[in-house]
Design a protein around this ligand. Structure first.
Ligand code: HEM
Length: 453
């Protein structure tokens, strides 16, 4: 439906800024101009909430799905774990995963041998490993070995997607509804695996405390402290639900961003030369988060542009279940059959985006778009380019995602020359839970001579 809605936005939304259509008993109000999107998004988090179909199709509780007071509570615990201070603490784990990535991409034969790799799968393991370090303080090491938690999570995505698209909520049928799509079994397996990791982590933290050492900061530790202080308000199932949420919200999205970055680098030799020249002199192992961010303007520009043109969440879906919402001079009373769609990806690529800070030819991919004449990089205008959402429910993992992309793609560029496999077809997008590449991205990694290691 997303391709069709974009086509309609071009035809019906360009002048008015919004249009409506009905489908399967729902009335969709599609917002495709920046000013209307801003008006609507300002009415979150209480008037306007996530679409019920999104919330109800996810079989556990956590920040992404929460609303009202529950959201406030989750946000108070999960949000601070992604402050600059803590992200700097996670940097060592990101660098460790980046080194493993470099090893995995190298040919087993060693030397100058090239290796061809389908990058999407590998990048998923990278992001999941980073989240496991930051969320649990646990080493999945899924780049190098099989990981039951990730296998179960991969089974969960298609189930969530099936539920979100299903016209009937079959999983709510008494007795067997939860079993129809295998969800119950997958969630039970996941919960057991996560419980096991939590117990292990507790034991390690306790041992470190006994030795007078401060255990490392993790989202898990923060949640366990909170759950112990207020067990009725922050129950154990919310601890587990919020951990799973970080994987569901963070692993797929970040790996898609990295896959697009590698695709464009492999496709465009001139861009690759410029980026390689930028990363080659750096000693990544020594740089702090701020130093990395300042030293990599070209790579950051590529990151911003990949998210603008290929963001994994190009459409936001909302409903007003309890309160009136206003849009373009009209008031909409609560109605469960009404859905507001904000075409965030479309807005950042539409003609009006040129004047709103995106610059010339906003419908074209331009890896150097965000570079300034003095060589520094500017951030895209946050209310026009919204790959991480907007306002109070902005993605808390956005800085972690950027740091991970800079370190991992930067390190790969230091060690390898990249090329697409001969005859590789143009990669487009498809919607599959998130918006993602519509085919495998096969990249040949050849060690650079005189590489920096
Ligand atoms: C390139 C990578 C990523 C993209 C494009 C992305 C995108 C998004 C978007 C569009 C939202 C919804 C925002 C809204 O409703 O306005 C969101 C929410 C969220 N993201 Fe991300 N995300 C990424 C990485 C991450 C990472 C690495 C994590 C954590 C490990 C994470 C955790 C979350 C959480 C917990 C929420 C829910 C926030 C709330 O509802 O208050 N995301 N993300």
């Amino acid at each position: 439906m997303s391709k069709k809605t974009i086509a309609w936005a071009k035809v019906y939304g360009e002048d008015e800024g919004a249009f409506e259509f009905s489908l399967a008993g729902k009335r969709f109000i599609v917002v495709c101009k920046h000013a209307f999107a801003a008006e609507l998004l300002a009415q979150r988090p209480f008037k306007l909430r996530r679409g019920a179909s999104t919330r109800e199709s996810v079989p556990f509780e956590g920040l992404f799905m929460a609303e009202g007071d529950q959201w406030r509570q989750d946000k108070r615990i999960v949000g601070p774990a992604f402050s600059h201070k803590h992200i700097n603490e996670y940097l060592a784990s990101i660098k460790c995963v980046a080194e493993r990535l470099v090893d995995v991409l190298a040919s087993p034969a060693g030397g100058e041998e090239a290796r061809t790799v389908e990058v999407r799968h590998v990048m998923y393991c990278v992001t999941a490993d980073v989240i496991a370090f930051t969320a649990f303080g646990h080493d999945f090491d899924s780049l190098r070995r099989c990981c039951p938690v990730l296998d179960a999570l991969k089974q969960l995505f298609p189930i969530i997607m099936l539920r979100a698209l299903s016209p009937v909520q079959y999983w709510k049928l008494p007795l067997f509804g939860q079993r129809l799509d295998g969800c119950e079994q997958v969630v039970t397996r996941l919960t057991r695996a996560v419980d096991h990791i939590i117990e292990e982590r507790r034991a390690v933290d306790a041992a470190q405390s006994e030795q007078g050492r401060e255990p490392p900061f993790t989202v898990l530790r923060k949640m366990l402290e909170r759950s112990a202080a207020e067990p009725a308000k922050f129950e154990h199932r919310r601890v587990v639900g919020n951990l799973l949420t970080l994987f569901v919200a963070g692993a797929d999205t970040t790996s898609i961003a990295m896959t697009w970055m590698l695709y464009h680098v492999a496709k465009d030799a001139a861009l690759q030369r410029e980026l390689a020249a930028e990363v080659t002199p750096l000693d990544m192992a020594l740089l702090s988060m701020e130093e990395l961010s300042c030293s990599l303007p070209r790579l950051r520009s590529l990151f911003y542009e990949c998210l603008r043109m290929h963001g994994p969440a190009p459409t936001f879906k909302f409903q007003n279940e309890f309160e009136d919402v206003t849009l373009a001079g009209r008031t909409y009373a609560p109605d469960p059959s009404r859905v507001f769609l904000v075409m965030a990806g479309y807005i950042s690529q539409a003609a009006e985006a040129e004047q709103l800070g995106v610059g010339p030819e906003p419908d074209k991919f331009e890896a150097r778009r965000w570079l300034q004449p003095d060589g520094s990089v500017r951030s895209p205008p946050a209310d026009v380019v919204m790959p991480f959402g907007q306002g109070v429910r902005l993605c808390p993992g956005k800085d972690l995602a950027m740091l991970e992309c800079l370190v991992c793609v930067g390190r790969v560029l230091q060690v390898f020359a990249l090329a697409l496999t001969p005859g590789h077809s143009e990669v487009g997008s498809q919607t599959h839970f998130t918006e993602q590449p519509d085919r495998d991205v096969n990249v040949v990694f050849t060690p650079r001579t005189g590489k920096k290691e």
